[in-house]
Design a protein around this ligand. Structure first.
Ligand SMILES: Nc1ncnc2c1ncn2[C@@H]1O[C@H](COP(=O)(O)OP(=O)(O)O)[C@@H](O)[C@H]1O
Ligand SMILES: [Mg+2]
Length: 278
């Protein structure tokens, strides 16, 4: 809607310029320099409109790129209200995640890493945070380079399984791929909130001699991604403990990932196995 309005006002101003041009041409009062200036203004506005259209197209393309990597069926309805904390740890995790959502400010980046047992609700809580944030309509952002405050409609968020993300990046090298690696990385850098689900699942736990050949690419890409997210909000969920992640990524990437990141441990029983154990 905003977009349409600004397109319309752009169109309006282009129309104004043209009628001004015509009126002055009719009076033969337009100097060559003035005419050139007006033409340049029109051309600049055309370029701006074209750029806007291109950006809109790109957003559609990116949602296509990531659509299959989005939240799976089981997590579709995950929210804070249907999370049943079974342990003190889980209760605490729920509270921290709620606070994270309430205090979320684009201009005050905070990251969290939910780590612990499989099936304990780490992804559930990440999705619940996104659901909570998606209720916010208006986001105030500061554009530091231009020193202006921007108000945008919704914040942009992306939930992606880290192993699938690496597969996407690899597939971008295929000749027939409709998106490039740069586009994928740019999108990951741009979103207001990125959820890297199952962080570490893209690393193959092979014997030390093969580790670098098998994992070098993934480690390098993860470094690029976490490096580009410094100063932004990222939520990691992982089944691995800190020692394993450190061993996987090495100090450089790991310390980048952990910058301004709050660790939330979640251990206990697999939620889906509750009934079987009683
Ligand atoms: N404490 C909980 N309360 C309600 N549902 C839960 C809870 N823990 C897990 N679940 C559900 O169990 C399934 C697995 O949880 P998930 O968040 O994917 O686990 P994790 O990411 O920790 O491996 C999901 O469908 C999730 O909604
Ligand atoms: Mg999970």
């Amino acid at each position: 809607m905003e977009e349409m309005k600004s397109n319309r006002s752009n169109l309006q101003s282009a129309t104004n310029i043209i009628s001004e041009l015509q009126a002055r041409m009719a009076k033969h009062s337009l100097s060559d320099a003035e005419e050139k200036q007006i033409r340049e203004r029109i051309e600049a506005e055309d370029r701006e409109l074209a750029e806007k259209a291109r950006k809109a197209d790109q957003n559609i393309l990116m949602s296509k790129v990531f659509s299959q990597s989005m939240v799976n069926k089981k997590l579709e309805n995950a929210c804070f209200d249907n999370y049943e904390p079974e342990t003190e740890e889980a209760k605490r995790a729920l509270e921290i995640c709620k606070k994270y959502a309430t205090n979320f400010k684009v201009s005050n980046p905070q990251s969290i890493m939910l780590y612990g047992t499989f099936g304990i609700g780490k992804s559930h809580l990440a999705v619940a945070i996104m659901r909570e944030l998606s209720k916010i309509d208006l986001v105030v952002k500061r554009d530091e380079s231009r020193n202006v405050v921007l108000k945008t409609r919704k914040m942009s968020m992306l939930f992606i399984n880290t192993a699938k993300l690496l597969t996407k990046i690899r597939s971008s090298f295929n000749a027939d791929s409709e998106f490039s690696e740069d586009k994928v990385l740019q999108e990951l850098e741009d979103v207001d909130l990125l959820v890297l689900d199952d962080f570490g699942s893209e690393i193959k736990d092979v014997k030390p001699a093969d580790f670098n050949t098998k994992n070098g690419f993934a480690i390098e890409k993860i470094f690029e991604i976490v490096e580009s997210r410094v100063g932004k909000h990222t939520i990691f969920t992982t089944n691995y403990d800190v020692d394993t992640l450190f061993r996987y990524y090495g100090e450089r990437s790991f310390s980048r990932a952990m910058e301004d990141t709050t660790l939330i441990q979640m251990t206990g029983r697999n939620y889906r196995l509750r009934g079987f154990e009683k």
